[in-house]
Each structure stands twice: as C-alpha cells, then as structure tokens.
Design a protein around this ligand. Sequence first.
Ligand SMILES: [Zn+2]
Length: 109
Amino acid sequence: MDANKKAELKNKLEALRVQLEAELKAFKNPTEMGDEIDALDTEADEAEEFSANAGMAQAIQDRHEAVVAALGKMEKGTYGVCEACKNDIEIELLMVDPESHLCKSCKAK
Ligand SMILES: [Zn+2]
C-alpha cells in the first residue's frame, strides 16, 4: 500500500477512535446530558428511547473495536488485507470504511 495513503488512513482511524470514545462516554454517562431525559412524558417513551440508545451504543462499541483492531493491524503491518480471502482490500473501500477487515467481494457475501 502507498505510504501516503496508509498515513492518511491511520489519521482517519485515530480520529475515528477519539470520536467513538467520546460518543461511548456520552452513552455511559447519560446524566451529563442534563435533565431533559427526566422531562420525557411517558414511561413507554423512555423505554423506547432506552432500547434505541442501547442499540446505538452497541453499534458504536462494535465500530470502536473494529477501529482499534485496524490500528493494531497497522502496527503489525497486516492492515488492508482481507481476513476472508487474504487479498488486498480495495483502497477506495478503505477510504470510506477505514476499519473494514473484508474486501468488497467478501463483504458482499
Ligand atoms: Zn476478501
């Protein structure tokens, strides 16, 4: 992989990691978001909100793990290799989805 591209992707991943960690923190400490949650009208709304948030928190957590794994692979020099078919992952895919561990065709399966 092109060294410039790799450096760019590493920057993207580092920025993503920081961003996702901040989002996770916000989910884990909802009280910091103020009293607005308490002002919700019904319990049903609260429950709905809670399960939507839990799903979102899980999605952020999963993405965070993928980002950390991708950064680890960069250290080891195995970044950008598809885990399923061992071919190089397309650079245009990595530009959109830098934590991807599958190439386009394996992703489509
Ligand atoms: Zn593949």
